[in-house]
Design a protein around this ligand. Structure first.
Ligand SMILES: [Zn+2]
Ligand SMILES: [Zn+2]
Length: 287
């Protein structure tokens, strides 16, 4: 039996989520790994680990937060194989004026205490917020953010303080209008923002699906030296040659896979098999 089968065969994956994420995480892992099935852990309060709308600040880094959620899921349900997710909306490092969605997934195996993590960053998620003084401004912002398919949150001000009203999960025009009018009547201004909870934000749900599919492929890749699961990409090395001048660019040339168990590492080609970069991204041809 391979390490992959030993680790996962016949087991049920428990998903520690309140926000419907099992719908995209479960199938992704069950397709790639020899699991028996998946189920959400019922009645789990994951918001106590941090909420997007600001009432609960996350006390730790997202990877640790996801691991804590997964371990909490084990305690609450008795499940021994638990996956949890954690999303953050942060400035995109190559272009800090853009907001990107950084998604983490952590899988925890309570049988031996092993855990594995995967990080995926995407710009393809509707996320933003704006101060408004009229209902028209609220609607203009909401439609730019994919409303009503993407739900809105209305608050008195951007940074939540104790006692402030928060209306989450707004998905219809009448509620948005009524709640906005009420806040404006009381305060003269309000803060409207994307509801970032997965079941309220289809583009975030898609980002979690993409993260889960990538994580599943990494988990299913075994170390050629010791056979352990998750022979995962640990580093990406730049230097893809320019298609015009042949000089190395900042684009990724190869990826490095490393085994966390035995330390074995191996080069892996780019997933798209590209061997040269467009000269527009070359510092020599297009400085
Ligand atoms: Zn190994
Ligand atoms: Zn060039």
């Amino acid at each position: 039996m391979t390490a992959l089968q030993q680790r996962f065969r016949g087991r049920t994956l428990a998903v520690a989520t309140m926000h419907g994420k099992e719908r995209v995480i479960g199938p992704a892992l069950c397709t790639t790994l020899p699991l028996a099935g998946f189920a959400a852990i019922p009645d789990l309060d994951t918001d106590r680990f941090g909420a997007f709308s600001g009432e609960v600040e996350r006390g730790t880094d997202p990877r640790t937060a996801a691991l804590e959620k997964a371990m909490h899921g084990t305690e609450r349900s008795g499940a021994d194989l638990v996956i949890a997710s954690e999303g953050s909306f942060v400035p995109y490092p190559p272009a800090p004026f853009l907001t990107c969605d950084e998604e983490w997934l952590v899988l925890y195996d309570a049988r031996d205490g092993s855990s594995w993590a995967h990080r995926h960053v995407t710009l393809e998620c509707m996320a933003g917020g704006q101060a408004c003084t009229t209902v028209d401004e609220v609607f203009a912002f909401a439609s730019r953010m994919g409303f009503p398919e993407h739900a809105m949150v209305l608050k008195h001000r951007e940074h939540w303080r104790s006692g402030d009203p928060v209306v989450k999960g707004i998905t219809d025009r009448r509620t948005l209008e009524n709640e906005a009018e009420q806040l404006l009547a009381g305060h003269g201004r309000l803060w409207v923002e994307s509801d970032l909870r997965a079941m309220m934000n289809p583009t975030r749900m898609a980002a979690i699906r993409a993260t889960a599919e990538r994580f599943a492929r990494e988990l299913g890749t075994c170390c050629p030296q010791c056979g352990a699961v998750h022979f995962a990409i640990s580093e990406a090395l730049p230097g893809l040659p320019c298609g015009l001048c042949g000089q190395p660019t900042r684009s990724i040339l190869v990826q490095l896979r490393r085994c966390a168990l035995c330390g074995h590492s191996a080069m892996a080609p780019r997933e798209d098999d590209r061997v040269s970069e467009d000269p527009q991204y070359c510092d020599h041809c297009n400085p």
